[in-house]
Each structure stands twice: as C-alpha cells, then as structure tokens.
Design a protein around this ligand. Structure first.
Ligand SMILES: *Cc1c(COP(=O)(O)O)cnc(C)c1O
Length: 228
C-alpha cells in the first residue's frame, strides 16, 4: 500500500504533467487536499509531506479538525460543503475560504460574523454548471448578480468560482461543461483583478479540468484513499 506522502507526490506529478500538456505556466494550479471523513492523523501526514491547503465538507467535523491542528498555523482551511444558515458563525470563525457560496443570505451572514482580526474571508460562488437537480450551486445565469451582491459585503473577498461537473459524463459532454465554466469564469472575472480562482477537478477529472483552465483542483480519494 502506498503512503499518503507517495499518493500526494503522484497527485502533484499528475498536476505538473496536465499543466504542461495544457501549455499553461508551471504552478498555475493549486492542490486542495480534501480530508473529509479522514482523521487528524492523516492530515498531519499530508502536512509533513508539505501539503498546506485542506478542504472539508462538514462543518462540525471541519471545525474540530481546525481546532485540533491550530498549532499548524500555516494551514489554509477551505469549506467546500453546503452551509445551513444556523452554522455560518462557526464557518466565519474557523475557515480561511468558503468555496460553496450559493445564496446571498449565507454570504451576508458570513460577512457579519467574520471576526475582524481574522481579515477577509475568501469566497467562491458555487455554480451548478450542468444544472443538476441533485446539486447545490447557482445557475450560470445567476452568477453575475450574486457576485455583485457579495462585493458589497465588507468582510468577504470574492475570489472565483467552484463547480462539481457531472460525474461519469462522456468525454464530449465533460468538455462542453468545462468550457462553459471557463467562459463564465472569464466573463465574470473581467474587471475583477482579485477574481483569480477557478476551483474545479477532483480525483477522477483532474486532467480534464486543468486542460480547461482550473486553477485549483480538490482531491480527496487519490491522496487519502477511498472513503467508507
Ligand atoms: C469529496 C469532494 C471532493 C474530492 O473528491 P474525490 O473524488 O475524493 O477526489 C472534491 N470536491 C468536493 C466538493 C467534494 O465534496
């Protein structure tokens, strides 16, 4: 069995190769290690292997891990799961980024509850790029107005878009939705210099996402193994 350090290395190599294949500059894609359901001990191993960006889906579980690893103060914690409005305070107090913003109400509460001393909370708008009923995220048509609303909020900084394209899509369908996402990212990003993050690509579709402009891949299984 491979160690976490070895899996992390192959994931990094995969990113380097896909980036080169896409003729994109080296280091233009960041790796977010998705540690949901995995214990603190495994996050520690990834940290020792140089990983600094971690993503969590479940608020209570995520907050417990942030607290347990407080001494590792250069970890950047990203919330990537759905947020109910009664949990926004916990998120505002413990995370550096929230990638799963899909309505103004949640954004407004996060801004109000962000402790001043922590500086701005970086956020991405989650887009339901394939308009799947089962998925959260705003429709592509609603991204621009939510972006404008978020920009009015003093303690948030809008950094980009996050999407989870349809799983197991055929190559052409996958390519179409990634292209649509990239166009949306480029158009919303026009005249927004800090809008620099296109978070897309997971263990199974990392290469395709990097070929289509992803700047951050979110990888769980390929680093930590399957989740039960
Ligand atoms: C679980 C999860 C991931 C990681 O998926 P893997 O297939 O395990 O790499 C990425 N993004 C989100 C939003 C997730 O919930």
């Amino acid at each position: 069995m491979q160690t976490i350090a070895e899996r992390l290395n192959s994931t990094r190599e995969g990113i380097v190769q896909a980036t080169a294949l896409a003729h994109r500059p080296p280091n233009s894609v960041k790796l977010l290690a998705v540690s949901k359901t995995k214990p603190v001990s495994q996050i520690n191993l990834a940290y020792e292997a140089g990983q600094r960006l971690f993503g969590e889906n479940y608020i209570q579980e995520g907050v417990e891990k942030v607290q347990a690893l407080q001494h590792l103060d250069d970890i950047e914690w990203h919330m990537i799961g759905p947020i109910q409005s009664n949990k926004t305070k916990l998120v505002a107090e413990h995370f550096n980024w929230v990638q799963s913003i899909d309505r103004e109400k949640i954004a407004r509460r996060l801004s109000e509850q962000r402790p001043q001393e922590l500086g701005p909370l970086y956020v991405c708008i989650q887009v339901n790029i394939d308009s799947e009923v089962s998925k959260s995220g705003v429709t592509p048509d609603d991204v621009a107005s939510l972006a404008t609303a978020i920009e009015q909020l003093p303690n948030l900084k809008l950094r980009g878009l996050m999407a989870i394209p349809k799983a197991n899509a055929r190559e052409e369908e996958q390519h179409n939705s990634l292209c649509k996402l990239q166009e949306l990212f480029d158009s919303v990003g026009t005249s927004r210099p800090e809008f620099d993050t296109l978070s897309v690509g997971m263990s199974g579709d990392m290469q395709a996402a990097i070929a289509n402009g992803s700047t951050m891949v979110r990888v769980g299984t390929a680093i930590f193994g399957a989740r039960t």
